[in-house]
Design a protein around this ligand. Structure first.
Ligand SMILES: Cc1cc2nc3c(=O)[nH]c(=O)nc-3n(C[C@H](O)[C@H](O)[C@H](O)COP(=O)(O)O)c2cc1C
Ligand SMILES: O=C(O)C(=O)c1ccccc1
Length: 354
C-alpha cells in the first residue's frame, strides 16, 4: 500500500528523535522562507488545455550527465543515517529504481563511492551527482572532486547559497551541533591530512568557480541561485545548469520562494542551459507548475527524508512513485503528453480573472 506524503511525514515524525526531526524539518530564522516555499505554490493555479489527444505520455527528461525516466531529482540533504540505518544507500537504491537523479550531499553519512555503487546495483545507468561546497583548502575541494569522479558521478553540483551556515533556531534551542557517536560525514574522512570538518566561506568568487571548471570535465551545476543576474553570470561562466533554490528555507530567511524566483531566471537564461528548481514541491501539481514555468526538473528534499525515516528504501520509493503518478495525472488533466509541452500560459495567479 502506498501512503500519502502526509502519512509518511507523520510516521517519520513519530519515529525520529525529536531533535533530529527538528534538524530535518527546520529552517532559518522565523522560518518564513520555509513556509513560503509551499505557500507560493498555493497562490498559483493551473489553467488546463483540453482535447489534446494526450492519452500516451512520456516523462523522460535529459539533464547534464543524466537520462532520467522522470523530471525529478532528489535534492542533496545531509545525514541520512539519522533518518534510517541504511541512510544514503537506501535513498540511492530507491532513486535509481524510480529513474530519478540522485544528488548526494558532501555531508552524507555514506561515502560517495558506496552511494553510487548502490544506485548502479539497481540500474547500471542510474545517474548520481555529487554536491559540494567549495572548501577554503583547495586540496580538499580537489580531493572531493576526484572521489566523485572515481565513484562514477556524472555531474557536480556546487552549492553557492551558503557563504555562512544559516541560523537554525530549532537546532540552537535543542543543542544539536554534531552527529551522534557512530555516524560520520563519510566523504570528509579520507582526505589529505586526515578527517576535516565541512568548511563554508564567504570569500569565494566567480574566479574560484573558474578554477574548479578547469579541474574537471564533469558537467557543473550551481545550486542556490535566486537572482537573474547570477543566472546570467552562470551561463557566461560556462556552467551546465543551475538549480533555483532557497535551500529549503534554511539559509536566507528573507529569500523568496524558489517558484517565485523562477520566471525571471528562466527568461534570462533563455534556454541556454537547464534551469532546475527545488523547495516546497509536495504534489504533482506543484511539479507541473514548476515545469510549466520553465523548470527542466524538480527536486525533493524533505519528502525523501520523511519516506526514508518512515520506511527506509521502501518509504523513499513510495515518495518518488507518489510524485511521479501525480505528475503524470496532472499532466494528463492539463492536456500535455510531455513536460516540454507545458507552457507558462497554463499558470495563473489564484484569485485572478482568467
Ligand atoms: C535536512 C536538510 C539537509 C540539507 N542539506 C543540504 C546539503 O547538504 N547541501 C545542499 O546543497 N542542500 C542541502 N539542503 C537543501 C536541499 O538540497 C533542498 O534545497 C531543500 O531541502 C528543498 O526544499 P524541500 O525540503 O522543501 O523539498 C538540505 C535540506 C534539508 C531539509
Ligand atoms: O545544508 C544544510 O541545510 C544542512 O543542513 C547541512 C548540514 C550539515 C552539513 C552541511 C549542510
Amino acid at each position: 500500500m502506498i501512503d500519502s506524503l502526509a502519512g509518511l511525514h507523520e510516521r517519520a515524525r513519530q519515529r525520529l528523535d525529536p531533535v533530529h526531526y527538528d534538524f530535518f524539518a527546520g529552517g532559518a530564522g522565523a522560518e518564513v522562507a520555509l513556509a513560503e516555499n509551499e505557500r507560493a505554490f498555493g497562490r498559483l493555479a493551473l489553467r488546463p488545455r483540453v482535447l489534446r489527444g494526450n492519452d500516451i505520455r512520456d516523462l523522460r527528461t535529459t539533464l547534464p550527465g543524466a537520462r532520467a525516466a522522470v523530471p525529478i531529482f532528489v535534492s542533496p540533504t545531509a545525514f541520512h543515517r539519522l533518518a534510517h540505518p541504511d541512510g544514503e544507500l537506501a535513498t540511492a537504491r530507491a532513486t535509481a529504481a524510480a529513474g530519478a537523479v540522485l544528488i548526494s550531499s558532501m555531508a552524507a553519512t555514506v561515502a560517495i563511492g558506496e552511494v553510487a555503487a548502490a544506485a548502479r546495483a539497481v540500474d547500471p545507468a542510474a545517474a548520481v551527482w555529487f554536491q559540494l561546497y567549495l572548501q577554503r583548502d583547495p586540496a580538499v575541494t580537489e580531493h572531493l572532486v576526484r572521489h566523485a569522479e572515481a565513484a562514477g558521478c556524472s555531474a557536480l553540483v556546487i552549492t553557492v547559497d551558503s557563504p555562512v551556515f544559516g541560523h537554525r533556531e530549532r537546532d540552537q534551542h535543542n543543542g544539536f551541533h554534531d552527529l551522534p557517536a557512530g555516524l560520520t560525514t563519510a566523504n570528509m574522512q579520507d582526505l589529505p591530512g586526515g578527517p576535516r570538518e565541512i568548511d563554508m566561506s564567504a570569500a569565494f568568487t566567480w574566479a574560484h568557480l573558474a578554477r574548479l571548471r578547469a579541474l574537471t570535465r564533469l558537467p557543473l551545476l550551481l545550486k542556490g541561485i535566486l537572482h537573474p543576474a547570477d543566472a546570467r553570470l552562470a551561463v557566461e561562466a560556462g556552467l551546465d545548469g543551475i538549480i533555483v533554490s532557497n535551500h529549503g528555507g534554511r539559509q536566507l530567511d528573507a529569500a523568496p520562494a524558489g517558484i517565485e524566483a523562477l520566471p525571471p531566471i528562466v527568461s534570462t537564461v533563455d534556454g541556454e542551459i537547464p534551469v532546475l528548481l527545488d523547495g516546497g514541491v509536495r504534489r504533482g501539481s506543484d511539479a507541473v507548475i514548476a515545469l510549466a514555468l520553465g523548470a527542466t526538473a524538480i527536486g525533493l528534499g524533505r519528502p525523501v527524508l520523511w519516506g526514508l525515516a518512515a520506511a527506509g528504501e521502501s518509504g523513499v520509493r513510495q515518495v518518488l512513485e507518489l510524485i511521479r503518478a501525480e505528475l503524470d495525472h496532472v499532466l494528463t488533466l492539463c492536456g500535455a503528453s510531455r513536460p516540454a509541452e507545458l507552457t507558462p500560459d497554463l499558470v495563473v495567479p489564484r484569485g485572478c480573472r482568467c
